[in-house]
Design a binder for this molecule. Structure first.
Ligand code: NDP
Ligand code: MG
Length: 379
């Protein structure tokens, strides 16, 4: 039995991770769960999976849920709670399914404690990739990608040498507005933005898909996960989300990973790696689909993707500021305070003002993250 802890168990990735666990009750046992504010769902999960350790977002929520928990359950809250679930549990693997750079300290704590990481929380790697990867290498801890594109690349590289890869291509669906011009983006609404054509995901990543920030974050995530320079990472628009990504090798061979868009597949692969298990999702029939489409990425249409490449190349705290500015801008858009296109302009302005710190330690990263959040809130 593999023991699993999940930070962000009540979200889209968290609930799908628990689906995978439910499909293989003989393989996995849930040791610890952290949710944020959705304590009714967390309670259901506790009843079903019986974790030893539980965490919620705040002290007030902890007071609310305490009397409803089975006797003996350890309860924590806040950042300390995420760290307890990640590092203080008996888990063999921690699935990082919180949204945003709030997941950084608990991910580092889990690696420090020698836990395998099933990494969904890409913001962690964007914000502090060098710290996370260095610590993981020092501790001999595998970081197994959950993000579908990175899981695809990871599968394509299985048994191959990264030195023989010429480049990595991440596919992008284009999100909810892929067929709109920039002019047409002026008046789009939150409700429109939340309608992703292929994937059902949390609100923040759905907006990130529409701005192409998500692909920008994934480019930086791929750089750290696979140790490839930015010149060898490409992005291709692929509306159907069937080819999840691919690797071209030095001999011109391309290996791609395909499947229906179902996050339970990459989640399960991270959980069962290096083995595979049956998955109940729909099967891909290329004969039924008939055609797949691919288009060159338009960097003028999606400037946030260009900015992500720039930040990645600059390094230091530039990606930290990019990510933090985006987190605040997206929260403000979801709150209907700013327009869709203002997400881009806020990120751009924050980056213009940001004084990049090279080779930042955790404190410098947290300082840059905090500064960018404040600025993005003011603009
Ligand atoms: P959701 O918004 O659906 O879920 C986020 C989870 O994080 C919830 O459990 C939420 O708790 C919890 N959470 C949020 N803030 C805090 C906090 N301050 N303290 C503790 N818990 C918190 O997000 P997704 O599942 O969509 O995304 C999670 C991560 O996975 C993101 O980094 C995303 O980029 C990545 N990812 C997601 C994919 C998807 O298909 N959804 C695909 C690939 C990557 P609560 O709801 O209880 O408040
Ligand atoms: Mg992805």
């Amino acid at each position: 039995m593999k023991k699993i802890a999940i930070i962000g168990s009540t979200g889209s990735i968290g609930t799908q991770t628990l689906d995978v666990v439910s499909n293989h009750p003989d393989q996995f046992q849930v040791d610890a769960l952290a949710g944020g504010s959705n304590i009714s769902l967390l309670l259901e999960q506790v009843k079903k999976f019986n974790p030893r350790i539980v965490s919620v977002g705040t002290a007030e929520l902890a007071d609310e849920i305490r009397p409803l928990l089975p006797a003996g359950t350890k309860l924590y809250h806040g950042q300390e709670g995420l760290i307890e679930v990640a590092a203080g549990s008996n888990a063999d693997m921690v699935v990082t399914a919180v949204v945003g750079s709030v997941g950084l300290r608990s991910t580092l704590a889990a690696i420090e404690a020698g836990k395998q990481i099933g990494l969904a929380n890409k913001e962690t790697l964007v914000t502090a990739g060098h710290l996370v990867m260095e610590l993981a290498a020092a501790k001999g801890v595998p970081i197994l990608p959950v993000d579908s594109e990175h899981s695809a690349v990871f599968q394509c590289l299985n048994g191959e040498s990264i030195r023989e890869a010429a480049n990595i291509t991440l596919t992008a669906s284009g999100g909810s507005f892929r067929d709109l011009s920039r002019d047409q983006l002026t008046h789009v609404t939150v409700e429109d933005a939340l309608k992703h054509p292929n994937w059902s995901m949390g609100a923040k990543i759905t907006i990130d898909s529409a701005t192409m920030v998500n692909k920008g974050l994934e480019v930086i995530e791929a750089h750290w996960l696979f140790g490839v320079p930015y010149d060898q990472i490409q992005v291709l628009l692929h509306p159907e989300s069937i080819v999840h990504s691919y690797v071209e090798f030095v001999d011109g061979s391309i290996i791609a990973q395909l499947g229906t868009p179902d996050m339970r597949v990459p989640i399960q692969y991270a959980l069962t790696y290096p083995e595979r298990r049956p998955s109940p999702g729909g099967r891909l029939s290329l004969a039924k689909i008939g055609q797949l489409h691919f288009r060159e990425m338009d960097y003028a249409r999606f400037p946030c993707l260009r900015l992500a490449f720039e930040c990645g190349r600059i390094g230091g705290t530039a990606p930290t500021a990019y990510n933090a500015a985006n987190e605040i801008a997206v929260a403000r858009f979801l709150n209907k305070e700013i327009s869709f296109l203002e997400i881009e302009s806020i990120i751009e302005k924050v980056l213009e003002e940001h004084k990049v710190v090279a080779g930042p330690d955790l404190e410098a990263i947290e300082a840059a993250d905090a500064w960018a959040r404040v600025r993005a809130g003011q603009l």
